[in-house]
Design a protein around this ligand. Structure first.
Ligand SMILES: Cc1cc2nc3c(=O)[nH]c(=O)nc-3n(C[C@H](O)[C@H](O)[C@H](O)COP(=O)(O)O)c2cc1C
Length: 340
């Protein structure tokens, strides 16, 4: 990492009425950025902001944090944790945001980017980009209801041109958003084509609130390039942060012994899954995360196949041990067939 970029990613940033200690934040990911993952991440030094999985705005006001699989946290992470909510009804979204604020989270993030059919069908996530007035009303209403930071995560939209997103960014800022996290892909694209980082630069130029770029930042060179070419205020790391939760501290400090980390990370994740979840979901959730770990290796397919076939954590631990005993070779970039 170039020295000036390392300095930049270690520079504090104000978001609304709060300050974060650096520029690398963790992206919200359903099924992955749960309480167990975030405890693991914390153990490696954390990220400047962490995000929950997306939580249904209708459910949030009534959730029991000790029972819900997604609206769950450790008290010690709250001051750096943003709760992401999804929904389409401004009143329900506002009520959810009130609960999030009352619980003491760092902030609320609005999911205007998810393009999964089940979510879009309910007019939530990226579907809201088709009804900009409604999306802006949600931001306006929530802004009136809470004082903690309010962020919006959104994507290019439904056409492959930057203008609608740029216009929306301006409107979100005017409606009271404190920061934007922008993923420059069209909604129907999901993750099939590379994101167009140039659009991040256009969004950044249109507003004066912080803009975080997101999308396929996997290496230090990617991170430098995104910052240098777009002028973004920070970078949101998704899948690579599941595969390498130490990536935030590695890039910030320039230190880490990667192979030892890779193995310890998987073993530690097994321990935390068993701490936070019942055996069946713990194994299912672990296998889902192992896909991202396996994607970093040249023979990651076989490694994942063996994990997938294992019946319990004893068998999984044996597979992990055997794999790392062979001094496995890393790929230069993650295998995108596994890194869904
Ligand atoms: C399994 C998975 C689940 C995701 N769930 C969410 C989500 O709940 N909310 C959200 O805003 N984005 C979600 N995303 C999108 C990520 O936050 C991020 O925008 C995307 O993965 C691109 O960043 P990356 O290339 O760094 O992974 C998800 C992505 C993945 C791979």
């Amino acid at each position: 990492m170039k020295e000036e970029i390392r300095k930049f990613i270690n520079t504090p940033l104000a978001i609304g009425n709060r300050v974060i200690n650096g520029r690398l934040i963790q992206a919200p990911m359903a099924g992955l950025t749960h309480v167990a993952y975030r405890e693991l991440l914390d153990g490696y030094g954390g990220a400047s902001l962490m995000f929950t999985e997306m939580c249904s705005a209708r459910a949030v006001p009534h959730e029991n944090r000790y029972v819900s699989p997604v609206f769950r946290w450790r008290d010690e992470e709250l001051s750096q944790l943003v709760c992401q909510i999804f929904g389409s009804d401004p009143a329900a979204m506002t009520e959810a945001a009130r609960r999030v604020a009352a619980e003491g989270f760092f902030g609320v993030d609005l999911n205007f980017g998810c393009s999964v059919a089940a979510i879009c069908k309910k007019n939530c996530g990226a579907a809201l980009l088709k009804t900009p007035d409604l999306a802006v009303k949600i931001v306006t209403d929530i802004r009136k209801a809470i004082t903690i930071p309010l962020t919006v995560k959104f994507r290019t939209g439904w056409e492959d041109r930057p203008e609608p997103a740029v216009e929306l960014a301006r409107r979100f800022e005017a409606a009271g958003a404190d920061a934007l996290i922008f993923h420059p892909r069209m909604a129907p694209d999901r993750r099939s084509r590379p994101p167009k980082w140039a659009y991040i630069g256009k969004v950044k130029q249109a507003v004066s609130i912080p803009v975080f770029g997101n999308g396929e930042v996997f290496t230090e060179a990617d991170c430098e390039k995104m910052i240098e070419t777009t002028g973004c205020d920070g970078v949101s790391l998704g899948r690579i942060a599941v595969a390498k939760p130490w990536i935030f501290s590695q890039w910030r400090t320039g230190r880490v012994q990667e192979m030892m980390m890779l193995k310890n990370n998987m073993l530690q994740m097994m321990v935390l899954m068993q701490k936070h979840y019942e055996p069946t979901p713990a194994i299912r959730k672990f296998k889902k995360m192992a896909l991202y770990n396996a994607a970093l290796f040249q023979f990651g397919h076989n490694f994942f196949k063996n994990i997938f076939r294992a019946n319990d954590f004893f068998e999984i631990a044996a597979v992990v041990d055997a794999f790392f005993d062979q001094s496995p070779a890393l790929s230069s970039r993650p295998n995108l067939n596994l890194f869904h």
